[in-house]
Design a protein around this ligand. Structure first.
Ligand SMILES: Nc1nc2c(ncn2[C@@H]2O[C@H](COP(=O)(O)OP(=O)(O)OP(=O)(O)O)[C@@H](O)[C@H]2O)c(=O)[nH]1
Ligand SMILES: [Mg+2]
Length: 445
């Protein structure tokens, strides 16, 4: 996400840092470059124009030009303005505790509504809600099945009635939610090819019937400015409270994410970053600006680690590390835990300073896959006691994992030095958790 834009910014900033002191001409040139980069990322031209004018005006003020680090000040300025056009601070959704809260999802065909239903159900369940989903898309025959399948996989109830009309289903679903003591009803609606009158009328009726706390407009980020135009049209008619931008994991240039708030006045609330129900992120304008500008996003990284961490197995692991019993099998399990957090290249990009450097490096494709394949080609005994892996075993492991004996040697050697380092760390600090903390900081393997 935003790779292209990020690398453009990197070039612009590098050029700026090259000047010891900034002149007005340097600033104007940088602003022009920023403008071009944003337009190429498919950001709405009116938004770009306003953005550039603001940056230019502020950059020519004394805080940037007279500062000892004008380059840094300029970056900070761009960061703040980027955060601003994406909506500033992120909004916490406030739900009522004494009644069923309702979210209605709407958007064009194929934008990702049904998937977003499941994603939100999972997201809010993690926060202690008891969600139920309502299948109100009666236009596509398989739509109800799709939602039911998703619900079954997640263990989230789905209310459906194949013989009723959407408005009646939404009403009945709300009654069912009250009866079953659900705290949150998420309503999936039908998509249309265009924003048409029928769609609007039906949506308005559904909203009138269930009085939602939130109406989210789901837009496909890949469609760029089209998504923004549809959002604006939709907002005029029905009024939404937030947008969900799906498919941000694809090669969307980011224009939609950077324009929706400014064009419609309503902020992006969530982004879809994968097809699966766990592919949802809360949209934080400030963190996103940091990511775009290559400053990393440690906060999101830590949150993801906490979400996926398995406390019990971490405790066990710490004990093993302290006793110097850490095996290749443990290592494999750790790798898999990291993988659960997302793709490695995406995770590394969130580490400040690393994003740009690793661009183009195929960390997921080669390193992770190779290591996993090698360990999987070992017997359990070999994983527990790597010292027994002699020459002929190494050959067998290499052949079994499609790697070379050199790769196996490298893995074993690095594992060995990692163990030594862990031992030293635990001795040094004597504290619980030192080893596990190290494990979490170890993507350089
Ligand atoms: N990569 C990726 N794919 C997504 C994301 N969200 C949805 N999809 C995919 O996009 C396609 C359409 O998603 P749906 O959730 O069925 O879209 P919809 O808006 O309900 O579609 P209709 O009901 O036909 O209007 C599916 O193949 C999803 O797997 C996302 O965030 N990332
Ligand atoms: Mg659907």
């Amino acid at each position: 996400m935003f790779e292209e834009l990020s690398s453009r910014f990197e070039t612009i900033f590098k050029k700026l840092r090259g000047h010891g002191k900034l002149s007005e001409a340097n600033v104007s040139e940088a602003v022009r470059d920023v403008k071009r980069a944003l337009l190429e990322a498919d950001v709405n031209y009116k938004v770009v124009k306003k953005f550039a004018a603001r940056v230019q005006e502020k950059a020519l003020g004394s805080t940037v030009l007279d500062s000892i680090t004008p380059g840094q000040q300029f970056i900070k300025l761009v960061h703040d303005e980027l955060t601003g056009i994406m909506g500033g601070a992120s909004r916490q959704i406030k739900f009522h505790t004494n009644r069923v809260n309702v979210i209605v999802l709407a958007g064009l065909q194929g934008s990702g509504k049904t998937t977003a239903c499941a994603k939100l159900a999972l997201h809010f369940r993690k926060q202690g809600h008891r969600p139920i989903m309502a299948a109100c898309d009666m236009y596509r025959p398989a739509a109800v099945d799709q939602l039911e399948t998703l619900g079954k996989a997640l263990g989230v109830p789905v209310f459906s009635d194949r013989s009723a009309k959407p408005v009646a289903i939404a009403k009945a679903a709300l009654e069912a939610a009250k009866r079953e003591d659900n705290s949150l009803l998420i309503v999936d609606t039908a998509g249309r090819l265009h924003v048409d009158k029928d769609m609007m009328a039906e949506l308005k009726e559904i909203c009138a019937a269930v009085k939602p706390e939130e109406i989210f407009f789901v837009a496909d980020a890949m469609t760029g400015q089209d998504a923004v135009n549809v959002a604006a049209e939709f907002h005029k008619e029905v009024g939404f409270t937030g947008a969900i931008l799906s498919k941000m994991d694809g090669d969307a240039r980011g224009g939609a994410a950077l324009s929706i708030q400014d064009v419609t006045g309503v902020a992006v609330q969530y982004i879809g970053v994968g097809e699966k129900p766990d592919g949802l992120e809360v949209f934080h304008p400030e963190r996103m600006a940091s990511r775009i500008l290559g400053m990393g996003d440690i906060v999101t990284l830590v949150e993801r680690a906490q979400e996926t961490a398995d406390v019990e197995s971490n405790k066990k692991l710490e004990k093993k590390i302290r006793r110097n019993q850490f095996t290749l099998q443990d290592f494999l399990e750790q790798l898999r835990q990291i993988k659960k957090m997302g793709s490695l290249s995406e995770l590394l990009a969130m580490i400040p300073g690393l994003g740009g450097q690793l661009k183009g490096a195929d960390v997921d494709g080669t390193m992770m896959v190779k290591i996993e394949a090698m360990i999987c080609s070992m017997t359990m005994r070999e994983r527990e006691k790597p010292v027994i892996i002699d020459g002929s075993r190494r050959k067998r492991i290499a052949a079994g994992s499609g790697t070379t004996v050199q790769d196996v040697n490298k893995l074993l050697k690095q594992f060995d030095s990692m163990k030594t380092m862990m031992k030293r760390m635990t001795k040094m600090t004597g504290k619980r958790g030192a080893g596990a903390a190290m494990m979490r900081n170890m993507p350089q393997f």
